[in-house]
Design a binder for this molecule. Structure first.
Ligand code: TRP
Length: 450
């Protein structure tokens, strides 16, 4: 029996569920290791302050923009642009978003797989099975990478097949509070350790002499990736949102949650780096820079956990990697949902089939990357460093000059009655038409030609 598109689509059950799902999409590996190490190498609190400014000035307006497009059309990014304008170019922007989603997911799954495999590395190390632990911890082992990528993608597919409220919303409602709980407990533990003060000082005492053009660009790039902007993830999530809800309020909550969790992760990681150093763990690379990203998470932290020793080290180690896996899973869900919703809406495929086909296609790419992890940097550069801000720029241009900010404001009015006469709409419109596009063009030019 054929299903109609609306039967296929689904909606969020509650506003809270939607906010958690969108916050889950935003909170991911980007917050828990990328943010703290960017902050560590960019003057600590100086980066934090610029990051918060970027999130507020660019991130929040673009998030509101994506949610309005989504809710107004109730469609995936490609369908949404088709529905709002006769211009033939913009559906390609939606398509670019779908492609970015597929490509980002293809390598994100590998890193997510590493976080998951490290739960077992911790257990094996504790049990004294050192060769098994070493085997799993070897990120160059293509078979191990592929197996954990399969596991992770399998989990993501199962949740997406469950649909919007029964799958995504139910899963994130369970995972997000758990994530915040583990993060808070771990942070409290670390912050009160003797020797934590040095890390806290680097993190919280701004060194304004560190603010350079490069730092601002890094902070802006981090804002796009971390808030899941620029590829239509929030067009898609917005398309399942009821007209009763207040988009501006929801976007503010999501932004606040994302920044809050990144801030907490900084409180956890920065002192941990210095605690590890006090224990004799090397925290700088040959060039004197912080060992960032994978090295920090997958080398420094496990060493610290094992030096804590015994059951405590084990518990903290397992909790940490489990936490990271949860954060990654709520993000891979949103990355898979975008291409899946595209196939459902535009090609009339049922959700269960669509999720499986798209998931397996992405998995095939992930398996190739499993054996060639050197590809991760290049794919990340093309599709997240360049791709997301480019998408964000085109979304601003679309709203500012084609769909018109007035129409977007009309959409926001559903669920936010007073907005028409508020200063907010004027400010938001100026941001979308001028400020955001100009700043993004500057970043992109710097990234590409700088
Ligand atoms: N925001 C997530 C993180 O910080 C990653 C992510 C999930 C993402 N969905 C996205 C990034 C969509 C860009 C677009 O880890």
């Amino acid at each position: 029996m054929a299903t109609t598109p609306t039967e296929n689509r689904g909606t969020w059950n509650t506003k809270f569920g939607f906010i958690l799902a969108a916050a889950g999409s935003a909170v991911g590996l980007g917050n828990i290791w990328r943010f703290p190490t960017e902050a560590a190498s960019n003057g600590g609190a100086a980066f934090l302050i610029i990051y918060i400014i970027c999130v507020t000035l660019i991130g929040l307006p673009v998030m509101i923009a994506e949610l309005s497009i989504g809710r107004s059309t109730q469609k995936n990014p490609v369908g949404a642009f088709k529905a709002l304008s006769t211009n033939k170019f913009f559906p390609l922007v939606g398509f670019w978003g779908v492609l970015c989603g597929v490509m980002i997911l293809s390598f994100y799954t590998i890193i997510a797989g590493w976080t998951f495999s490290h739960v077992f590395v911790e257990i094996f190390t504790f049990a004294g099975w050192h060769s098994a632990a070493e085997l799993l911890a070897d990120s160059e082992n293509g078979w191990i990478n592929a197996i954990f990528a399969m596991l992770f993608m399998g989990l993501t597919i199962v949740i997406i097949r469950g649909g919007v409220s029964e799958g995504i919303e139910r899963a994130t409602k369970l995972m997000m509070p758990l994530l915040v709980f583990i993060l808070v407990i771990m942070t409290l533990y670390v912050v009160f350790q003797p020797g934590a003060a040095e890390g806290l000082e680097v993190y919280l005492k701004p060194d304004f002499s560190m603010i350079t053009g490069e730092l601002v660009l890094a902070a802006l790039g981090q804002a796009f990736f971390s808030l899941s902007l620029g590829m239509g993830a929030l067009i898609t999530y917005g398309s399942y949102l009821s007209k009763k809800e207040n988009i501006v309020e929801a976007a503010s909550f999501v932004t606040l949650a994302d920044v809050g969790i990144a801030f907490l992760a900084g409180l956890l990681i920065m002192p941990t780096i210095f605690l590890a150093q006090a224990q004799g763990v090397e925290i700088y690379d040959e060039t004197g820079n912080f060992l960032a990203g994978p090295a920090l998470i997958f080398q420094i932290l496990p060493e610290l956990f094992s030096q804590m020793g015994g059951f405590l080290g084990l518990t903290i180690g397992i909790s940490f990697f489990f936490l990271l896996s949860l954060a990654a899973l709520t993000s891979t869900i949103s990355l898979l949902e975008v291409p899946t919703s595209y196939i459902i809406d535009e090609h009339g495929v049922r959700r269960k089939k669509a999720a499986l086909y798209v998931g397996l296609t992405v998995l095939a790419l992930s398996i190739i990357i499993s054996f060639n992890t050197g590809l991760i940097g290049d794919i990340d550069y093309i599709f997240s460093v360049i791709g997301l801000p480019l998408g964000g720029l085109l979304i601003c241009i679309f709203i500012g000059y084609f769909w018109k900010t007035r129409s977007a404001v009309d959409e926001m009015k559903n669920g936010f009655k007073d907005i028409r006469d508020s200063w907010f709409t004027t400010v938001w419109s100026v941001f979308i038409k001028f400020i955001c596009p100009i700043i993004i063009v500057i970043i992109l030019a710097q990234t590409i030609f700088g």
